[in-house]
Design a protein around this ligand. Structure first.
Ligand code: M6R
Length: 581
């Protein structure tokens, strides 16, 4: 939700522009760049995608930028960041939500401030202007302002005449980069082409980038020491390369990423396995796609003789009374920054629960709050849709389930075999899915059913189709049809039926029930069935069948978006990393 960037060094504006293009996956309804010039700040703001705009240079050695996912205030130039203070001397970009913005705004208005936007962020920049009256430095005015802010923030601020950037974090991600220039951004991919030497800010830290960056504790104002580290991702991984879209690139990478997912450090895998075995209660939590992987995980664990409960992270309060020191929470997240998830984890921690995570982004908030983490090793996932991170989550959950039974090596073998079958499946099913998309592109509804592990696969398939093609899609357990949804089946309604060898007989009966009522049946199975109007053949992957079921539907969703003239990487109203509750 919103990407922010700040540069101190040569060609700052061009670098800010370039970084914002990479950060655009975090929000893309509008964007803006500001830099100090002779006559105050020069500010460019536009509604729409920054990727459609040409970069410009300014000669300034300081620039800040923002790409927005609207929260407070509609999508418009006036609400786009950077925001200037009323006196025009401070420019600021913000990611997060100021919960007490209404009361601060009221008190600033009483002091004579006039606001130009409807955003909560403009409140911060005007509060800093107000504090400048009593504080003897810009950084102190920023720090004192932040002490009054309730909610989450990552900010970068500049004051005219002060050759420095002041940035801070509380609840929203921010990382410093040390190269020929200094960088600060919501995500290191924004500057990974320039440097891999980074420092991930902790909550309640502020950085002043003047001659060299200094880190301070926001509450006490005391300087704190920090250590940089080297990123393992590289620039090429964050580029589309030969692919027309990140979505297709990331779908195609899955044979590689599956192999990497099961290459876990032995001591970490053992640590989590023994926590799983020794905990009295276990909850698997996540949001969106990650939640669907949690449901699949509960089935894998159940096969290994371990009962776990799956809970949507946003509904976690419901189980909080059952948490104690003997509880283990296993949190799944690609970004590691999802607000609903972090909120659940923080309250579980307060109750003494142990936190384990399966996460893609190294040093993300989730990883840092966890007692033990397994990294997905999937590389940057830029498309808003989770594809490779989903199958990596499934692979790691399978590894854990097998590991409980002392068979981690068997899981690795299974996933590696699946990965090589997937490679063939991706290349062989692309054109088939493209022509199926042609047939389905004008449909209003698509229903998807599955039983057993194909049930979470059905939920995930529906999410993929609806978020990228805007076709209403609903996934449910095959047996649930007769409990209501079958009322919606009419002549020509597409119904996708996901089969596994164990559930085939029962789900075929459900398919026939729909066909008798006129549904167009699209079956996904390792063998053909005459009951299906369209057969999609996937390889038999044994206990990893849920992985092969995902592939054709990811491709179908991609081609549905293309057939409808939509951008699969940036579906409307969405952002990759959902950092608001
Ligand atoms: O980064 P996370 O895995 O925590 O994200 C959770 C969801 O926001 C995410 O899976 C979302 O549902 C995707 N758009 C699905 O494709």
């Amino acid at each position: 939700m919103c990407g922010i960037i700040g540069i101190k060094g040569n060609n700052a504006t061009e670098k800010a522009f370039f970084g914002l293009k990479i950060l655009e996956y975090r929000g893309y309804d509008s964007w803006g760049v500001a830099y100090p010039s002779n006559n105050g700040f020069s500010v460019t703001k536009k509604v729409g995608h920054i990727s459609n705009s040409e970069p410009f240079s300014s000669g300034s050695n300081i620039a800040i930028g923002h790409t927005r996912w609207a929260t407070h205030g509609n999508v418009s130039e006036k609400n786009a960041h950077p925001h200037l203070s009323m006196d025009g001397k401070i420019a600021l970009v913000h990611n997060g939500i100021v919960e007490n913005f209404a009361e601060i705004k009221k008190s600033l208005i009483e002091k004579g401030f006039i606001f130009k936007s409807d955003t909560d962020s403009e409140v911060i920049v005007n509060l800093i202007q107000e504090k400048m009256k009593s504080e003897n430095s810009f950084e102190e005015a920023v720090r004192k302002s932040l002490l009054e802010i309730e909610g989450s923030f990552a900010i970068v601020a500049v004051h005219l005449g002060d050759d420095k950037l002041v940035c801070a974090r509380n609840g929203s991600p921010l990382v410093l980069g040390f190269g020929d220039s200094y960088f600060v951004a919501s995500d290191a991919t924004a500057f990974i082409g320039e440097t891999k030497k980074v420092y991930f800010l902790n909550d309640n830290e502020m950085v002043v980038i003047s001659l060299e960056p200094k880190v301070f504790d926001i509450s006490s104002g005391k300087e704190i020491s920090f250590e940089t580290k080297e990123l393992t991702w590289n620039f090429e991984q964050a580029q589309k390369g030969q692919y027309p879209h990140f979505m297709l690139k990331e779908i195609s990478e899955q044979s590689k990423t599956l192999n990497l997912a099961v290459e876990q450090p032995k001591e970490k895998l053992d640590e989590l396995t023994s926590l799983l075995k020794s905990s009295e209660k276990i909850f698997l939590i996540g949001c969106g796609t990650s939640y669907h992987a949690c449901i699949a995980g509960s089935y894998f664990f159940s096969n290994a003789g371990l009962h776990v409960e799956t809970v949507l992270a946003s509904e976690f309060q419901r189980v909080e009374n059952f948490l104690n020191e003997k509880t283990l929470i296993v949190a799944l997240s690609q970004s590691g920054e999802t607000a609903d998830l972090l909120c659940a984890i923080k309250s579980a921690k307060k109750k003494g629960a142990k936190i384990a995570s399966i996460v893609n982004v190294m040093d993300s908030s989730l990883m840092r709050i966890s007692d033990v983490s397994l990294l997905m090793n999937a590389g940057p996932e830029i498309c808003v849709l989770s594809t490779k991170s989903y199958t990596s989550q499934l692979a790691i959950l399978l590894l854990l389930a097998y590991s409980i039974a002392g068979k981690a090596n068997e899981a690795k073998q299974l996933v590696k075999e699946t990965a090589s079958k997937i490679e063939l499946l991706i290349s062989s099913s692309e054109s088939e899915m493209e022509s199926l998309a042609e047939k389905l592109a004008d449909k209003k509804n698509i229903f998807i059913i599955g039983r057993g592990e194909a049930f979470p696969a059905a939920l995930e398939s529906a999410l993929k189709i609806k978020e990228v093609s805007y076709i209403h899609a609903e996934g449910f357990a095959g047996a649930e049809l007769k409990h209501g949804t079958i009322a919606l089946i009419e002549e020509g309604t597409p119904a996708i039926v996901l089969c596994t060898p164990e559930t085939r007989a029962e789900v075929l009966s459900n398919a026939i029930e729909m066909k008798s009522r006129g549904a167009l049946i699209i079956g996904v199975d390792s063998k053909e069935h005459s009951e299906f109007d369209f057969n999609i053949i996937v390889p038999n992957c044994g206990n990893a069948d849920i992985i092969s079921l995902a592939i054709p539907i990811q491709l179908l969703a991609y081609y549905l978006a293309l057939k409808k003239g939509l951008d699969p990487d940036k579906p409307r109203n969405l952002a990759k990393s959902v950092t608001v509750k």
